[in-house]
Design a protein around this ligand. Structure first.
Ligand code: ZN
Length: 132
C-alpha cells in the first residue's frame, strides 16, 4: 500500500472512530432518558427490559467496532495494515474499502463468527454492564 493510500485510510479510520464515540455517547444519553422516563411506571417492566436489551446490543456492536478501528490504526502504524491477523494473507482491497477496520480476511471472519455465535449463547447476557 502506498503512502497516499495509508494516509487516506488513517483519516477515514480516525473520523470513523470519532463518529463512533459520538454515537456511543448519544446512545448512552438516550438510554438514560428511557430509563428515567420508565422507572416511574412500574407496570411497564417489559418495556424497560426490552430497551435494556436494545441498549446492550447497540453498545456491544459499537464497542466491538471501536476495538477493530483501534486495531486497524495500530496495524497501519506497524505497516501491517491489510494483512489478516489470523492467517496472514492479504485482505481483499474491496473488503477494506467497505470495511476499513477489517483485521481479518473474509474466510477467517466467517470462521470466527461461527465460533463467536456458539460461545455467545453461553457467556453473554443482557445483564452485563459495560463501561467505556
Ligand atoms: Zn485470514
Amino acid at each position: 500500500m502506498d503512502a497516499k493510500k495509508i494516509e487516506a485510510t488513517r483519516r477515514r479510520l480516525s473520523s470513523e472512530y470519532e463518529n463512533l464515540i459520538k454515537s456511543i455517547n448519544r446512545n448512552r444519553l438516550t438510554a438514560e432518558q428511557i430509563k428515567l422516563e420508565n422507572t416511574e411506571d412500574e407496570c411497564d417492566l417489559a418495556t424497560i427490559s426490552r430497551f435494556r436489551l436494545i441498549e446492550y446490543h447497540l453498545h456491544e456492536s459499537d464497542f466491538q467496532r471501536l476495538r477493530f478501528i483501534q486495531e486497524a490504526m495500530k496495524a497501519l502504524d506497524r505497516g501491517q495494515y491489510g494483512d489478516c491477523v489470523r492467517c496472514g494473507n492479504d485482505i481483499n482491497e474491496k473488503r477494506l474499502m467497505a470495511v476499513p477496520w477489517a483485521t481479518l480476511c473474509i474466510l477467517c471472519q466467517e470462521e470466527t463468527e461461527k465460533d463467536r455465535n456458539s460461545s455467545d449463547l453461553v457467556t453473554a447476557g443482557p445483564e452485563e454492564e459495560m463501561d467505556l
